[in-house]
Design a protein around this ligand. Structure first.
Ligand code: MRU
Length: 350
């Protein structure tokens, strides 16, 4: 483990046959990079939120499989594919809601299956996962440009959770749009919700926006209504973990109540996500919402904030229905209601 000087936020990277990640559980107090050479370590990192955010875990899963390739002692293609399938299962089962994880793993498996020799497959899955990481940044930048036209000079933009550089390889989805809006010459302010229980808003969004010189104000989740009712918010933008073909958006717990409140106050509510976050096969009723450990709710960090043996309900995500969403920003353009039609068009343009 190394405590490096921070230059730019590169959340996850492949270097010298190792996966390097920012340990997000240590932010904002310490910027620590961890190095992994075993896919099981990558699986643990995803499970324990060392790395989190849908696109970041998609690329991390891909890097995990590339490590599994290097770890394999297989001498035939069939043996190697079997080792990769086992690793894929372990990586896939870490978190159920973000569709990018399965997408990234599937993409790497397809490259492996179409390969020829053991050595060629090992190298090609490394190259493919590195390419995915680079593409993630390019996609975020394009998405940012597409979304920036929806925001005006002097807007104050509310965001929930962290859909920034730290949730992707770099640049971010929702925060990428905010970055691109500023790069287009507009002045914007940001309101970040704290995002209990794991506090991605205060620990990560506030950290990365402050680092990049944005005017950012932190609010407790309970102040969303107050902020909107008192005219402090012009627009809202969030990321997504999964979007189904009807435009139902799964994102960090609390997103739904922010969207309801935005509707109540006539404030546009936007979602920014790459096409890899869309799940065109599932119905919204079938999406599994990850339930996390109650200790995330009964304490903050090491401090206990609830009585012993209390029952806890701790869903990590919720669903925002399409009627609350003003537009879904992607690298292929902005989908507007009716979503079933506009989302289909995005994929046809692909
Ligand atoms: O539990 P997390 O921190 O992985 O949840 C992350 C989110 O909900 C983000 O908003 C989402 O992944 C979009 S990231 C670009």
């Amino acid at each position: 483990m190394a405590d490096n000087t921070f230059t730019s936020l590169r959340t996850v990277e492949w270097k010298n046959n190792k996966v390097i990640m920012i340990d997000q559980t240590k932010l904002p107090n310490q910027l620590v990079f961890v190095e992994y050479d075993d896919f099981n370590q990558v699986a643990d990192a995803i499970r324990t939120l060392v790395v989190r955010g849908a696109p970041a875990i998609g690329v991390s899963g891909a890097f995990g499989l590339a490590l599994a390739g290097l770890q394999s002692k297989a001498t035939t293609k069939d043996q190697l594919i079997s080792d990769l399938e086992k690793a894929k299962k372990i990586l896939f089962e870490t978190r159920p809601t973000a569709v990018n994880l399965g997408w990234g793993l599937e993409k790497i498996m397809n490259v492996a299956i179409s390969g020829t020799t053991v050595e060629q497959i090992k190298q090609s899955i490394i190259s493919e996962s590195k390419k995915m990481a680079e593409e993630d940044i390019e996609i975020n930048k394009t998405m940012g440009k597409n979304g920036s036209v929806l925001f005006d000079n002097n807007d104050t933009i509310m965001t929930h959770c962290n859909a920034g550089a730290l949730a992707t390889v770099a640049y971010g989805t929702a925060l990428g749009v905010i970055r691109a809006t500023r790069e287009s010459g507009k002045n914007v302010k940001v309101i970040a919700t704290e995002t209990r229980p794991v506090q991605q808003g205060s620990r990560l969004t506030a950290f990365e926006l402050k680092h990049d010189g944005f005017d950012v104000s932190l609010i407790p989740d309970t102040a969303v209504g107050y902020s909107m009712a008192n005219g402090l918010v012009d627009k809202v933008i969030v990321g997504a973990d999964r979007i189904v073909k009807t435009g139902h958006v799964f994102n960090k717990i609390g997103t739904y109540q922010v969207a309801v409140m935005a509707k109540q106050h006539g404030i546009p509510f936007y979602v920014a996500a790459p096409l890899s976050t869309f799940d065109m096969k599932s119905n919204h009723e079938d999406v599994i919402i990850e339930m996390r450990n109650g200790t995330e709710v009964t304490g903050i960090g090491d401090k206990k904030t609830a009585p012993d043996d209390i029952n806890v309900i701790n869903p990590a995500f919720d669903m925002t229905p399409p009627e609350l969403i003003s537009g879904i920003i992607t690298e292929k353009g902005v989908a507007k209601p009716p979503y079933e039609e506009s989302i289909k068009k995005l994929f046809q343009a692909n």
